[in-house]
Design a protein around this ligand. Structure first.
Ligand SMILES: Nc1ncnc2c1ncn2[C@@H]1O[C@H](COP(=O)(O)OP(=O)(O)O)[C@@H](O)[C@H]1O
Ligand SMILES: O=P(O)(O)OC[C@H](O)CO
Length: 528
């Protein structure tokens, strides 16, 4: 084996929305020794629903672990040289299982799932003075009331699945986000598996107090949920437990972070004022606000960025979440047939100079930040006889860029300091044209991550810090950084004009689900 890739190693389980992977890094570096990745199917049982089978999730993770370890051995490495494991995961997705059997009581409700619109309506009605204010709980948890977050999904499960309600009432239910589910099963399940989560994942449930970092009795009361089903909240880097069986038996799990927070760490945005955007299924922009909690007044989320060790201070972040980014291309491929695979996108969009004034707002499940409009639906506008598939593909890339501009504008308003550069990573960033468009349409320098797997890297960095306290997380990676930023090539007047049009397209998508024609419109529609 290449001596550069000799142990010790750190393993990272990255359980994303589209796929799970297990990555093995040379400890303390961003060198990927080997990895294995497998897609995880989503189940769309009804319109707006999105589920995954928790058993499939854990089995897929185990398969990734087995295969990656086999690859390590084939390279001449030893599995026993893996000194720690980090977990990072799609956030908010909600799993509920039986304490006695360890078996799921329902499929996992995935973060994108929009079934809880009526649950949100019902919860809003309980707010005093009929205020119906989605920001009512922000002072406590930093989040607006939205179908996105786990607390709302849990409440739906309690209201709509009698088995779940009974298990909650009988104290036989256990709740977890995906990290908790994986950790429980990996450390033994019913045979002594731990029931834990970390502050970053807990900060996405709407049940944790953003200041005390404990489950909050007022939030639990608001959602009507019992305390006993919840895991213990830990820091993002500590010893949670050891792997109970299989090829990694006895190796400690020492990091747990939501995937977007892990990418913040992996991008080394470890100082106040640094920000990263990860473009995968959705797009998530996190701005490190240091140990200070910044409450957004412009539609962003306040979330925990990371807490590296129980005695370390938590670092917070402002987050702009976009539900549909790369997923818009999956839709173009799977539902519309406009592309056959994602590797075509760049070539197709490059055959045209612009999108010919086509704007696509992919608000399939409503709009997240900064609009938080669960009744928004997708629109494509500006179509003409000249519009081709290529223009629509290009408009889809631009849609992601404009959504990021929406968020950056909100961050600027909340933090007052404009960002000088944006660190980017995730599946979409292999697309060079996309990164140029992002730079052009926002007017910012864009810096692509050195490795695409910054999420797994962040979890590996945090995991290694626990077993090697002298490891400097800000050190070795940044020294070798010779990246050249992508710079804007269009004039600000053109950029602003195009953004105004985007805002017009947004207007057309908002409140679509609940919009009805006025009497006058109805009469002219009917030809009266
Ligand atoms: N060349 C490309 N151009 C634009 N989007 C792409 C390209 N390649 C992949 N994608 C999109 O990136 C997403 C996958 O990114 P990934 O980071 O693996 O997602 P996740 O972490 O959410 O599972 C998919 O939605 C896919 O459509
Ligand atoms: O699976 P990803 O990478 O799209 O991330 C999902 C987010 O964590 C949802 O909040």
């Amino acid at each position: 084996m290449d001596y550069q890739l000799e142990g010790p190693y750190v393993g990272a389980i990255d359980e994303g929305t589209t796929s799970a992977r297990f990555m093995i890094f040379k400890a303390g570096t961003d060198d990927v020794v080997c990895f294995h990745q497998i897609e995880v199917p989503s189940i769309f049982a009804k319109e707006g629903w999105c589920e995954q089978d928790p058993e499939v999730i854990i089995n897929t993770v185990n398969e990734c672990i087995e295969n990656a370890c086999r690859k390590l051995r084939a390279l001449g490495g030893k599995v026993k040289d893996i000194v720690a494991i980090g977990i990072t995961n799609q956030r908010e997705s909600t799993v509920i299982w039986d304490r006695k059997t360890g078996k799921p009581l329902a499929n996992a409700i995935i973060w994108l799932d929009n079934r809880t619109g009526s649950t949100v309506e019902d919860l809003l009605k309980t707010i005093p003075n009929n205020a119906r204010n989605i920001n009512y709980l922000r002072p406590l948890c930093g989040l607006p009331i939205s179908p996105y977050f786990s607390g709302v999904k849990l409440r739906w499960l309690r209201d709509n699945m009698p088995t779940v309600k009974k298990a909650m009432d009988d104290d036989t239910a256990m709740f977890g986000t995906i990290d908790t589910w994986l950790m429980y099963r990996l450390t033994g399940g019913v045979h002594g598996g731990v029931h834990k989560t970390d502050v970053t994942n807990a900060s996405r449930t709407m049940l944790m107090n953003i200041e005390t970092l404990n489950w909050d009795p007022n939030l639990l009361k608001f959602f009507g949920l019992p305390r006993k089903i919840l895991p213990e909240i830990c820091s993002s880097a500590e010893h949670y437990g050891d792997i109970a069986e299989g090829i990694l038996k006895d190796i400690p799990i020492t990091a747990d972070l939501g995937d977007q927070q892990a990418a913040l760490v992996g991008q080394q945005c470890l100082a106040k004022g640094q920000a990263k955007a990860t473009y995968g299924t959705g797009c998530f922009l996190l701005y490190n606000t240091g140990p200070a909690i910044v409450h957004s007044t412009h539609g962003l989320l306040t979330t925990v960025g990371y807490q590296i060790g129980r005695s370390a201070p938590p670092f917070y972040a402002l987050e702009g979440s976009v539900a549909i980014a790369g997923a818009a291309f999956n839709w173009l491929r799977d539902n519309i047939g406009l592309i056959q695979n994602t590797s075509q996108i760049e070539a197709m969009a490059s055959t045209v100079d612009n999108s010919l004034d086509v704007y696509f707002v992919p608000a399939f499940n409503g709009l997240y930040a900064p609009y938080w409009n669960q009744d928004a639906r997708g629109v494509i506008c500006g179509l003409s006889e000249e519009t081709t598939s290529e223009h629509i593909v290009r408009a889809t890339l631009e849609a992601v860029c404009f959504q990021v501009r929406d968020i950056l504008d909100a961050m600027h308003k909340d933090c007052k300091i404009p960002l000088a550069k944006l660190m980017v990573d995730g599946g979409m960033t292999v697309n060079n044209l996309f990164l140029q468009l992002q730079s052009d349409l926002v007017g910012i320098h864009v810096l692509r991550a050195k490795i695409s797997e910054t999420t797994a890297l962040g979890a590996a960095m945090a995991a290694y810090k626990v077993v090697e306290p002298n490891y400097n997380m800000e050190g070795p990676l940044s020294k070798s950084d010779k990246r050249v930023p992508i710079k804007p090539k269009v004039k600000s007047s053109e950029r602003n004009l195009r953004y105004e049009k985007w805002k017009m397209a947004i207007e057309r998508s908002l409140n679509w689900e609940t919009s009805t024609l006025s009497q006058g419109e109805r009469e002219s529609f009917d030809g009266a």
